[in-house]
Design a protein around this ligand. Structure first.
Ligand code: CAA
Ligand code: NAD
Length: 284
């Protein structure tokens, strides 16, 4: 399976990162979001990231221009995905939004196209089931920030074909990442382990065990984590953290995954972390 054209749906922090690494690896990339403004913001983030590489002497200006040339923003979904060899979906972590999108993509994309989801926790099998090509649907779960993090969890749905699995593993390697195969269960491996730790850190704050800085400092200095769990939650997005905990809670029916009420409260207040300027911490 030859993959030359990638369409990325969602130009937020993950979608922009995925589009960047794909364009840097030589793929022709279309980046789609709901509005021109969101697409432009995504492309501006990529241009800034690449400009930093040029400043640091790691990329020639010529290459910077060539990467941006391979990248095209497109708000019309049909134009964005009509020629794709692979679509990587990175929209909000909501099953109804994702299944609606996959239904539409199934009708728009060429028959050979792979439809991949960057979902953090939702069932690939259920997303695949709304399409007429479940054997071409797969989970391709990148980590944030995408240009830096090496891992891609690759998740087969029940019907995913071996050829599609192999093609996505090979693509992950071509993007400079290390693919790891994981089965289709809520939160896969990454978020089944990471998110309960973050939720527990929020409970510790909620119960007054320590203040936020102390909680983060313990995990940074004591466990050598690059970011404390509350800083990491702000970085991921508190809405995404809550959606993932809800998926784990509902998927396993186990009270150990109940989302902390303080997390719910912050999300209801619109304090979503870095992306809104306020979460557990405030940002300029
Ligand atoms: N985009 C692109 N590049 C970025 C970046 C971003 N958002 N943030 C940092 N970088 C780059 C910097 O440019 C720098 O690059 P160079 O070394 O080439 O100069 C490098 O990363 C290191 O950055 P800094 O020196 O500024 O800062 P740092 O050493 O503290 O590293 C970090 C930043 C890599 C984000 C580090 O703090 C870290 O690893 N944090 C934890 C990240 C993590 O756990 N990610 C997983 C989240 S969970 C997930 O993704 C799954 C999910 O479904 C929720
Ligand atoms: P984000 O909020 O930064 O961006 C989401 C983007 O999707 C927004 O620009 C929004 O306008 C767009 N969008 C929403 N509905 C859309 C639709 N129907 N069509 C087109 N665009 C639409 O979110 P994010 O952090 O980039 O997360 C995106 C996905 O990646 C989620 O499934 C999330 O769980 C997953 N993920 C997130 C992280 C993380 O650390 N944030 C890590 C790995 C995976």
């Amino acid at each position: 399976m030859s993959i030359q054209q990638m369409t990325v749906i969602g130009a937020g922090q993950m979608g922009a990162g995925i589009a960047q690494v794909a364009a840097q690896a030589g793929l022709s990339v279309r980046l789609h979001d709901l509005s021109e403004k969101q697409v432009e913001q995504g492309i501006a983030v990529i241009a800034n990231n690449l400009a930093r590489q040029v400043e640091k002497g790691r990329m020639e200006e010529r290459e910077w221009a060539a990467v941006l040339e391979r990248l095209q923003g497109e708000v019309d979904l049909e134009k964005a995905a009509g020629q794709a060899d692979i679509v990587v979906e990175a929209v909000v972590e909501n099953l109804a939004v994702k299944t609606d999108l996959f239904r539409r993509l199934d009708a728009i994309c060429p028959a050979h196209a792979i439809l991949a989801s960057n979902t953090s926790s939702l069932p690939i099998t259920e997303i695949a089931a709304v399409t007429k090509r479940p054997e071409h649907v797969i989970g391709m779960h990148f980590m944030n920030p995408v240009p830096v993090m090496k891992l891609v969890e690759v998740i087969r749905g029940l019907a995913t074909s071996e050829a599609v699995f192999q093609a996505v593993e090979a693509l992950a390697r071509d993007l400079g990442k290390t693919p790891v195969e994981v089965n289709d269960f809520p939160g896969f491996i990454s978020n089944r382990i990471l998110m309960p730790m973050i939720n527990e850190a929020i409970y510790a704050l909620y119960e007054g065990v320590a203040d936020k800085e102390a909680i983060d400092e313990v995990m940074k200095l004591g466990m050598n984590h690059p970011m404390g769990p509350l800083t990491l939650a702000d970085f991921i997005g508190l809405d995404t953290c809550l959606f993932i905990m809800e998926t784990l809670h509902e998927g396993f029916g186990d009270s150990k995954y109940r989302p902390c009420p303080l997390l719910r409260k912050y999300v209801k207040a619109g304090w979503l972390g870095r992306k809104t300027g306020r979460g557990f911490y405030t940002y300029e």
